[in-house]
Design a protein around this ligand. Structure first.
Ligand code: SF4
Length: 256
């Protein structure tokens, strides 16, 4: 059955035509780089640390996974100095994940790591929401949804309250509650920043408010996206062509 993920919704919100190129036509321009390899390796370390007995030192676990991710990249384009720094940064972060969680939560147990959501969307009998929740902690009657984000020094206040970034956690909360029949009042949402270049507080957890109003707004956007995707109309949002990091399709044969 057709489905939509948060990253698809983000693409559509960036530009409906961009969504068409990436998610419908499956054009792939960006193949990954040192930063995505680092993020993938560290996410995998976090999952292992929370679900398995690890017999090797945590930095070594990171090194193994990062090495595997780097091998998948085109070697001629790699920044060797950056990669050497990343081995050290990833090792330090791997050691801080569990102590940071212990400090942040009073008494917690892992409910699930890498929880898969594949849930019906109310109002659409032919579309599912798909997502992977990095970590769910249970604390008494309460559940805490955590999404890990790798970054350099951290996030500024604008990014912390960015509507579109926050909607990821909001949608995960909504569909997690739907899947398990849990009262949303008992579910809380947090980002876990894994900061590569910061000197202190390198694993920072912070809470994101996820009340009913935010849930309604996120669902409204999701419904609008599905309706327009299904209609086959893919409008070009020219405001996104050069804003931020710009669009990889700008002035290419795919979009000019
Ligand atoms: S170049 Fe602009 S219009 Fe074209 S896909 Fe990218 S954001 Fe959309």
């Amino acid at each position: 059955m057709p489905h939509i993920s948060y990253s698809e919704l983000k693409n559509w919100n960036h530009c409906p035509f961009y969504h068409k190129l990436v998610n419908i036509d499956k054009l792939k321009v960006f193949e990954g780089n040192e930063y995505t390899a680092f993020g993938t390796a560290l996410h995998s370390v976090c999952e292992d640390l929370l679900t398995e007995e690890i017999s090797i030192p945590k930095p070594e676990l990171f090194n193994q996974k990062f090495r595997d991710e780097i091998k998948k990249l085109k070697s001629e384009e790699l920044n060797k100095k950056l990669i050497i720094d990343m081995f050290e940064q990833g090792g330090k972060l791997s050691e801080q994940v569990l102590p940071s969680l212990d400090k942040y939560f009073d008494d917690c147990e892992v409910f699930m790591a890498e929880e898969k959501l594949y849930e019906p969307i109310s109002g659409f009998d032919d579309y599912l929401f798909k997502g992977f929740v990095d970590l769910i902690i249970k604390e008494g009657e309460d559940y805490h949804i955590i999404d890990w984000k790798t970054c350099s020094w951290g996030w500024d206040s604008r990014k912390r309250s960015d509507k579109m970034i926050v909607y990821q956690l909001i949608l995960y909360k909504h569909f997690f509650c739907q899947k398990y029949g849990i009262n949303p009042n008992n579910v809380h949402t947090h980002f876990g920043l894994l900061k590569r270049t910061s000197k202190k507080n390198i694993v920072e957890l912070f809470k994101v408010t996820s009340g009913q109003k935010r849930i309604d707004n996120a669902l409204e956007l999701l419904h609008k996206a599905i309706q327009t995707i299904k209609s086959g109309v893919h409008i070009k949002n020219k405001l996104s062509c050069t804003s931020g990091y710009g669009c990889e399709f700008y002035k290419t044969k795919h979009c000019n």
